[in-house]
Design a binder for this molecule. Structure first.
Ligand code: FAD
Length: 493
């Protein structure tokens, strides 16, 4: 074992203190447990995310008590959501979730700081610039960890439960042998985004979270505080190297390809650096074991295109604390409770995981999608937005009856490729069949490959078209550093 400078004891040791880690810290602390959460970052600190929260996500921040701190930054409260696909538009007003009827897009330094402060207020100790070095075992059970603090001190911390809330490249997962997902899906889309001054300040566009689809690329536009706006392009992942090489050129190309984006953001100025990634493999990991649990992205990641990651990280982090906190003095009950939380997460996230896999395929705007958007436009209840708010699952909103209606309408259109429509309908029907099957007969940690999954994902993930250097000895740290280094040149548009 590594040489130790100090020895401490706590009920719960959490590695990572953003959405999942702080939420878990709050959950355990509220149950009267002593909590130490360590993070190698110093807050406020940024991380790669487009940080859009739909009402159900805002409601989770409210549930842990962090919302007031977030609202103090005055993010635009977006009461409407809109999806447009080459002129076919669906605009709806969000339904309220736990009294919250608006979404927000607050940059991560402010949002994560709000979580850290709330966790501290709840009684958790949050240590910054401190990293996991080693996981300690005793009689086949995790019994603690060695943490290296900012001054180089190595602290041995014994605990009843070690929580890995350390993101997709989780070191905790690696140490406990759960690094390789038991199921996952290759993402065909990449993410490239900028912040800029919003040319539509003072208009209704500041109240809308929107997705503008054209060709094979989706543009997602989210108003942020201080008159800024975030614009994310999710096109083929193979485009990411081109974004990094020529951000200005790609911005122009995107505007030319999608007139609706030009209408919304044409003339925008004061661009941030481009941020981008092509590494978006969706996955489930084994997330509980003797004396350990994984929370947030460490245990499960789904495609960012549907904007659900922060919600689930906060929700299941909190629930872990609430469910495991009361039984923490009994190791067998602790492990059973952590396993039950994992099973609940899987049940609640399964349909959304498949939806993310669907949306992360590269496909063009189809007449069926256009018919669906036109039909759902303006509807109350807002079924399209219910999918983002987890009020109704996608396979229930776009159920066989509605699917048949939209397909029939699309087939009746003039000049459409009917074979392509039938192929699309067949592909969607296969995915729906598998999602329904898993809903009706759930199997814990099933590795069965279903129709939504592209199981040929690379692990560890990599951006298509970008060569990866030889991994350093500490592979997880190396990957995290590579992710941080995604910034490219600033466009001057
Ligand atoms: C491009 C992109 C866009 C996204 N957009 C959205 C969106 O719009 N809406 C949404 O809801 N979700 C979005 N997500 C997903 C969302 O960002 C994540 O689901 C969320 O950040 C998960 O939170 P977390 O706390 O689990 O992990 P993270 O936010 O990854 O935090 C992990 C923390 O662990 C710390 N850590 C890691 N290793 C160690 C170690 N060894 N020792 C100490 N500390 C360590 C890190 O410093 C970090 O602070 C997006 C993701 C990506 C990649």
């Amino acid at each position: 074992m590594t040489e130790i400078d100090r020895h401490e004891t706590t009920d719960v040791l959490i590695i990572g203190a953003r959405c999942a880690g702080s939420a878990a810290a709050i959950g355990f602390a509220r149950e009267g447990r002593s909590v130490i959460a360590v993070d190698r970052s110093v807050f406020p600190s940024d991380t790669l995310s487009t940080h859009t929260n739909f009402p159900s996500s805002v409601a989770e921040f409210q549930a842990v008590g962090a919302l007031d701190r977030m609202l103090a930054h005055d993010p635009p409260r977006c009461t409407h959501g809109m999806v447009e696909a080459d002129g076919a538009r669906c605009l709806q007003k969000f339904a309220a979730v736990d009294g919250i009827d608006y979404g927000i897009c607050l940059p991560r330094p402010a949002s994560d700081m709000a979580m850290v402060e709330t966790a501290r207020e709840a009684g958790a100790e949050i240590r910054e610039k401190a990293s996991l070095e080693e996981v300690l075992w005793s009689d086949g059970r995790v019994s603690g960890a060695v943490v290296r603090e900012r001054d180089g001190t190595r602290v041995r911390i014994d605990c009843k439960l070690l929580v890995g809330a350390d993101g997709r490249r989780s070191s905790v997962a690696r140490h406990v042998g759960a690094e390789r997902p038991y199921r996952g899906s290759r993402n065909e889309r990449g993410c490239a985004f900028w912040y800029m001054d919003d040319p539509k300040v003072g208009t209704v566009w500041r109240e809308r979270l929107i997705q503008l689809r054209s060709g094979d690329t989706h543009a997602l536009i989210f108003p942020t505080p201080d008159g800024r706006v975030l614009c994310l392009f999710m096109g083929p992942a193979v485009d990411i190297p081109a974004f990094r090489k020529d951000p200005e050129g790609m911005w122009e190309r995107m505007l030319n390809a999608n007139p609706a984006v030009r209408e919304r953001l044409g003339g925008a100025t004061n661009f941030s650096k481009l941020r981008s990634t092509g590494d978006n493999v969706a996955f489930f990991r084994r997330s509980s074991g003797p004396g350990w649990a994984l929370a947030g992205d460490a245990g499960h990641f789904k495609d960012p295109i549907i904007g659900q990651g922060m919600r689930d990280a906060v929700r299941f982090g909190r629930i872990l604390g609430e469910e495991v906190g009361p039984v923490l003095d009994d190791p067998a009950q602790t492990d059973a409770a952590a396993r039950a939380v994992e099973a609940r997460r899987d049940r609640e996230c399964n349909a959304t995981y498949h939806w993310g896999n669907r949306e992360s395929r590269v496909f063009g705007v189809s007449p069926v999608i256009q018919e669906a958007l036109t039909d759902l436009d303006g509807q109350d209840p807002p079924l399209l937005l219910h999918m983002f708010d987890r009020i109704q699952a996608p396979h229930r909103v776009l159920n066989p009856l509605r699917g048949a209606k939209y397909a029939a309408r699309a087939l009746l259109r003039r000049g459409v490729d009917r074979r392509a429509i039938l192929r699309e309908v067949l592909e969607e029907a296969k995915i729906d069949r598998d999602v329904w099957r898993e809903e009706l007969r759930p199997r814990f940690r099933s590795g069965r490959i279903t129709a939504s999954e592209r199981a040929d994902y690379a692990w560890p993930p990599r951006t298509p078209g970008v060569a990866r250097a030889e991994p350093p000895a500490d592979r997880a740290a190396g990957l995290a550093a590579a992710e941080e280094a995604t910034a490219a040149r600033e466009p001057t548009a």
